[in-house]
Write a protein that binds this ligand. Structure first.
Ligand code: PLV
Length: 335
């Protein structure tokens, strides 16, 4: 049953000795990697799906997934949004159809079917699968679940900040989180404003090749990346949500971009330091600490040299295992 009426759980806020030593201040980890469906996504997507059912939805559809070229073969990973939608549908007792591009690897299809979803393969790339999902959503009682760009998604993600307030009492010195389409950022921003912590600076992390938010900030308007060339496929959105760009006018946001090697190196270090395995998308946020970006912002005087504490949102993600990590390290020339 839904705890407290929602599908997400209240996640641990762990003090990390290892990351605190690297950062030179207390680092807390908000462990969204232990959420049902494997990432923070269930907060916003669970809330969206519950509201949709209240408004008569009888069938959820979600176009999730993105192309990942491991080696020469193009393969589609099952997006974490799709997995969260499948989980929510199962908890709500209604069917879910996840639309994925034709190149999707069989283990992804099986995993989504294991969650009870019907999988349809359509189109060569995610954008075409997305069109197919929109087509299906025209059916009576069907609702298309947006992965990141919707107020109900942001409302659901805001629950994370309420938990930080309950656990910490006083505001942290800074918050670190990864950006793909900007849904997590928009949700955290809504939460900070709600609890009166809008002065807490946010450091956003993207990987080079999936840096649509950083590109939009630099251009002063939404821009569309020509392609996604980063291995952090769960950050692989070409145009960030407009709301994410608006957040830069309401909160103090430092947009950082790390390269794939730094993100994957952070995944490995985090595994060794805290014995948890997360996607490169999550590694991007951890790299803000591990690769010294936080310290650089402090040295440049853009962040206070003495921060009370730093909270890193460990966003999690399903598309990683020990074999995948070894393949990524080999691909990036890491020992
Ligand atoms: C293409 O992918 C969009 C979405 N990933 C989103 C995502 C993010 C970024 O969240 P956002 O900024 O999109 O709300 C961070 N960290 C993890 C582990 C994620 O899965 C998905 O997987 O369907």
């Amino acid at each position: 049953c839904a705890q407290g009426g929602h599908f997400h759980v209240v996640t641990p806020l762990l003090e990390s000795r290892a990351l605190s030593q690297v950062a030179g201040t207390t680092v807390f980890l908000k462990c969204e990697n232990v959420q049902p469906a494997g990432s923070f996504k269930i907060r916003g997507i669970g809330h969206f799906c519950q509201e949709a059912v209240k408004r008569g939805c009888r069938h959820l559809v979600c176009s999730s997934g993105h192309i990942s070229t491991s080696g020469t073969r193009k393969r589609t990973e099952g997006g974490n949004a799709g997995f969260a939608a499948a989980y929510a549908a199962r908890k709500l007792g209604i069917p879910a159809t996840i639309v994925l591009p034709e190149g999707t690897s069989p283990h992804v299809v099986r995993r989504l079917q294991g969650e009870g979803a019907e999988v349809q393969l359509a189109g060569k790339v995610w954008d075409e699968a997305s069109l197919k999902a929109q087509e299906l959503a025209k059916r009576d009682g069907w609702v298309n679940v947006p992965p990141f760009d919707h107020p109900l998604i942001w409302e659901g993600h805001a629950s994370l900040v309420r938990e930080l307030k309950a656990a910490l009492g006083t505001p942290p010195g800074a918050l670190v989180l990864a950006v793909g389409g900007g849904g997590l950022l928009a949700g955290v921003a809504a939460g900070l404003i709600e609890v009166g912590w809008q002065h807490v600076p946010i450091i956003t992390a993207e990987t080079q090749g999936a840096h649509c938010f950083n590109a939009a900030i630099k251009a002063g308007k939404l821009v569309t990346l020509p392609d996604i060339t980063s291995v952090a496929k769960s950050l692989g959105v070409k145009t960030v949500a407009r709301r994410a760009l608006e957040c830069t006018k309401e909160l103090e946001i430092f947009s950082e971009v790390v390269d794939d090697a730094q993100a994957v190196n952070a995944v490995q270090k985090f595994l060794d330091d805290e014995r948890m395995l997360v996607e490169p998308a999550c590694g991007a946020a951890l790299a803000v600490i591990y690769s010294g970006l936080l310290g650089r912002l402090q040295a440049e005087g853009r962040l206070s040299p003495s921060l009370a504490s730093v909270v890193v949102i460990v966003c999690g993600g399903n598309n990683i295992n020990s074999q995948g990590l070894q393949a990524l390290k080999a691909q990036l020339g890491q020992s």
